[in-house]
Design a protein around this ligand. Structure first.
Ligand code: GSH
Length: 341
């Protein structure tokens, strides 16, 4: 009984080894031989992806790119960022201009299928909201009948907006503007009564771009589900695995109390799960086709999910967004890292 268990384990390991190399796909190979990850981001949403005064990209989505580079190269700086509007983003990924899209992109059926993409793991559970000037005196989205609404094209936002007004038998006048600075400028100049996008984007725009943030209010209605996830194109399962497990590693690290500050101490942990995550017990890196220190490097160089969240969009940032749905599952949220074993 014991013997056959071992034999089965060895056979499984042999298959794993063979599959590991057979699945090394063209995208992962290309990224590795280039020595740099090309990451599609948005054009400047504070908290998610924005260049600071030194020209360095920072944000929750940027941390996805940095973490993948840490896993692949042991260096989060080995990333080139390509800013993309909502309308440009899918073509850029499909054509190979970028390797991965980490750009507040909602995981939907048609994007996952007809567009030929694979979403990895949700890095921010969001929902669409509305922002108005306090001067309007509006307290609920149900009072927006006849409003002029600023919206970016090529987004789920545009589609949900139409659904919501139709469902509530209200009319609206869309002002559709592709460029982010222009849609913001139009709203703040009063060309639209309402600006609609993902709630995170509203908080970001209000905190970072409003002439006076206190003049604007985000209405209480959240009208959609916007699970924001990094995406890769179809065709390289192993590369998709690296992006997906990079995010799970950040979540698992948070769940097991591993932080950028204590990760070196944690190398001495006796906890078998922590030993596997950090590569003290080898095997996970090999299975994924990366260095055994992949998750150690992610946590040391970028941080766990909670650290990234708080620094970029949470209480350690100007946005001060509550973790809400993005709490770990152990705290009543939806963020759930798959087991690293
Ligand atoms: N999550 C929605 C909306 C994504 C989106 O494009 N949001 C806007 C507002 S936050 C944005 O990121 N704009 C940045 C840009 O155009 O660079 C989607 O996937 O369609």
């Amino acid at each position: 009984m014991f013997k056959s268990y071992i034999a089965a384990g060895v056979a499984a390991a042999a298959v794993l080894g063979a599959a590991g190399s057979a699945l090394a796909g063209r995208d992962l190979d290309a990224v590795k031989s280039r020595g740099q990850l090309i990451c599609g981001t948005n054009t400047g949403v504070a908290g998610f992806a924005l260049q600071d005064s030194q020209g360095k990209w920072v944000g929750l989505d940027v941390d996805v790119c940095r973490a993948v580079a840490a896993a692949l190269f042991g260096d989060p700086e080995k990333v080139k960022y390509v800013p993309l509007t909502a309308q440009q983003r899918f073509t850029a990924l499909q054509s190979g201009e970028v390797d991965v899209l980490a750009r507040v992109t909602t995981y939907t059926l048609t994007r996952d299928t007809a567009l030929g993409l694979d979403f990895t793991a949700v890095n921010y559970y969001d929902g669409q909201g509305f922002m108005v000037s306090k001067k309007l005196g509006v307290k609920s989205a149900k009072e927006l009948n006849g409003a002029t609404v600023c919206v970016q094209p090529g987004t789920t936002t545009e589609l949900n907006l139409a659904d919501y007004f139709r469902a509530n038998k209200m009319s609206f006048k869309p002002v559709v503007i592709e460029k982010l600075e222009e849609v913001r400028a139009a709203f703040f100049a009063g060309r639209c009564d309402v600006y609609t996008t993902d709630a995170s984007g509203l908080y970001s725009t209000r905190a970072a771009n409003a002439p006076n943030p206190d003049d604007y209010v985000v209405l209480p209605e959240i009208i959609s589900k916007e699970p924001l996830a990094p995406a890769v194109r179809h065709g390289d399962n192993q590369f998709a695995d690296v992006v997906r497990w990079t995010q799970y590693a950040m979540l698992e690290a948070e769940e097991y109390g591993i932080t950028s500050k204590n990760v070196d101490e944690m190398l001495k942990s006796e906890n078998p799960t922590i030993k596997r995550i950090l590569g003290v017990t080898p095997g996970m890196g090999k299975a994924l086709g990366v260095d055994e220190k992949w998750a150690y490097n992610i946590v040391k160089q970028v941080g766990n999910y909670g650290e990234s969240f708080e620094r970029n969009v949470g209480m350690g940032s100007p946005l001060k967004i509550d973790r809400g749905l993005n709490k770990l599952w152990t705290q009543g949220g939806l963020q759930y890292g798959m087991p690293i074993r």
